[in-house]
Design a binder for this molecule. Structure first.
Ligand code: PMP
Length: 360
């Protein structure tokens, strides 16, 4: 009997009602989550460190709106922006989705992305029906984005140019000089988003310093990486106060759970910045060490310089190495056919990684 019910449950869905552009949509492929066999997890650029503070109660009520205001007031000095320039999102991933929903007129507007880069920009833009133009970067010049060429390749109705600095997965940052060329070349025509998910690991500092001069600039920040809070799902969009007001109009009611808001406010009031700075300098030292160790391994053809908490390297057969490491309980990320992206883990994890690679 239950077999009959199960079979019926699989039939008859009116798939033709789903928007035609989404019928064959390829979803974003997220890093494989942990399972009981996982020993070393270096595939999602998470922090190997954990902060801990006390929990809280009052779960019977909807979350207090004032908690978000309090969080914004605590974040403003840290991010060096005004409170009205901050929109809190559930991870920066949700911020990308919300921006695409605000800007894209289906089948009319376009998005500009670079490749290789974080693929969620293109995914969310496609879901909104945007045309996609891709600026292809090249290994031969260090995956450099030439601002003039990027501007030439813009489709006429480009509403957002997505840049990632430091870039996931290549690890290099965009210079202020190049960003200014793009911002000046698009003023009043297109928004320019700089995703700074990994900015804390770079020496360059945030481009939020340019927000007051460039109303078309949007900066994306996350608390999942250097802040070591990936499980909390906190990120923010920094932009013009009018953009923030639009985002507030379309946001989900009670989007955050009280425990996550309270926990986040707790981390901010307890001022964990000293600890975070320690974590970041530790990761930067480990990055330099791992980079040298990788260069010495025969299996690694090239190691690219990185401003982030991961290192991209060139190999002969990335899938084969990923499978080999996977069998040893070590998760890494593959980029194309010939590159691996390795998150910097704890000292012990990095040693397990290099030992495993040495025996490949
Ligand atoms: N931007 C970049 C460049 C990322 O690499 C990631 C996650 N890997 C995100 C945004 C999204 O992170 P989160 O939603 O956890 O803030």
């Amino acid at each position: 009997m239950s077999q009959v019910i199960n079979d019926k449950a699989l039939q008859g869905f009116p798939k033709q009602l789903i928007r035609s552009k989404l019928q064959e949509f390829a979803p974003y492929s997220a890093a494989k989550p942990r399972n009981f066999e996982t020993k070393v997890k270096l595939n999602a650029n998470e922090s190997p460190f954990a902060l801990s503070i006390e929990s809280f109660d009052e779960i019977n009520r909807y979350p207090q709106a004032q908690t978000i205001d309090k969080i914004r007031s605590l974040l403003a000095p840290y991010l060096e922006v005004r409170e009205e320039q901050i929109f809190l999102s559930r991870g920066s991933g949700e911020g990308i989705d919300m921006l695409c929903r605000i800007f894209y007129e289906a089948n009319e507007d376009a998005v500009m992305v670079s490749s290789p880069s974080f693929s969620l920009y293109e995914n969310y833009a496609r879901i909104q029906g945007a045309q996609v133009s891709t600026y292809q970067t090249d290994e031969s010049n260090g995956f450099y984005i030439c601002p003039q060429k990027l501007l030439e390749q813009m489709l006429p109705r480009t509403k957002i140019i997505f840049l990632c600095s430091p870039n996931n997965p290549t690890g290099q940052s965009i210079s202020e000089e190049d960003l200014l060329v793009i911002l000046d070349g698009t003023k009043g025509r297109s928004m320019v988003l700089v995703d700074e998910a990994y900015v804390e690991f770079s020496d360059q500092g945030s481009f939020s310093r340019l927000l007051n001069d460039y109303p078309n600039l949007i900066v994306l920040r996350t608390f999942s990486k250097a802040w070591s809070l990936a499980g909390l799902r906190m990120g923010c969009i920094l932009g013009h106060p009018q953009l923030i007001a639009f985002l507030n109009k379309i946001k989900a009611p009670y989007a955050f759970s009280s425990p996550s808001l309270e926990t986040f406010a707790g981390y901010l009031t307890q001022d964990c910045r000293g600890k975070l700075e320690h974590f970041v300098s530790h990761i930067k030292e480990a990055r330099a060490k791992l980079s040298e160790e990788l260069k010495a391994l025969g299996v690694i053809k090239q190691v690219f310089p990185s401003d982030a908490n991961f290192i991209m390297c060139k190999v002969d057969d990335a899938q084969k190495i990923k499978a080999y490491l996977g069998a040893k309980g070590i998760l890494v990320r593959v980029v194309g056919e010939a590159y691996l992206r390795l998150t910097i883990g704890s000292e012990e994890e990095n040693t397990m990684l290099t030992k495993a690679l040495a025996s490949f």
